[in-house]
Design a protein around this ligand. Structure first.
Ligand SMILES: Nc1nc2c(c(=O)[nH]1)N=C([C@H](O)[C@H](O)COP(=O)(O)OP(=O)(O)OP(=O)(O)O)CN2
Ligand SMILES: [Zn+2]
Length: 134
């Protein structure tokens, strides 16, 4: 019997949307206020959706302790209170939330206790992004 579970994590990080190869004018045109040289911050919410068979003994797809341990050690600790632009993953990648989702998806390939179906990131109360590795 397959079931799905979702778990949410929060981290705060700053970023600046900027392409080195663009002129200052082009960067401002494309990214607007998000190109501000001083950057700006977000309180991101990350939801990880897992699936798997419900273990008949434990009644669980995956013990939340396992995904919590992975997410806190490998994701929250990595991104919380960081400037995303300074992380190696974003050295040549704009730290948009789409790209953040792809980076997080790659890290989640190390989680083996259940299948990662999708992730969803809320950047602001108005913006959310989903990624399924496709
Ligand atoms: N496709 C994307 N577009 C934008 C992204 C992104 O990651 N992918 N990110 C941003 C900025 O990070 C920005 O901080 C969000 O801006 P904005 O939508 O303006 O913020 P709010 O939802 O809080 O809206 P307000 O107008 O500030 O109230 C921009 N675009
Ligand atoms: Zn932003």
């Amino acid at each position: 019997m397959k079931a799905y579970l979702g778990r949410r994590y929060r981290f705060s990080a700053s970023h600046r949307l900027h392409v080195d190869g663009f002129s200052d004018e082009r960067n401002r045109e494309v990214f607007g206020k998000c190109n501000n040289p001083f950057g700006h911050g977000h309180n991101y919410w990350l939801e990880i959706v897992l699936s798997g068979k419900v273990d008949p003994t434990t009644g669980m797809v995956c013990n939340l302790v396992e995904i919590d341990e992975f997410a806190h050690q490998r994701l929250v600790a990595k991104f919380d209170h960081q400037n995303l632009n300074t992380l190696p993953e974003f050295a040549a990648l704009v730290p948009s939330t789409e790209n953040l989702a792809i980076v997080i998806w790659e890290i989640l390939k190390g989680f083996t206790a259940a299948k990662v179906e999708k992730i969803r990131i809320e950047e602001t109360p108005n913006n959310s992004f989903e990624y399924r590795g496709e």
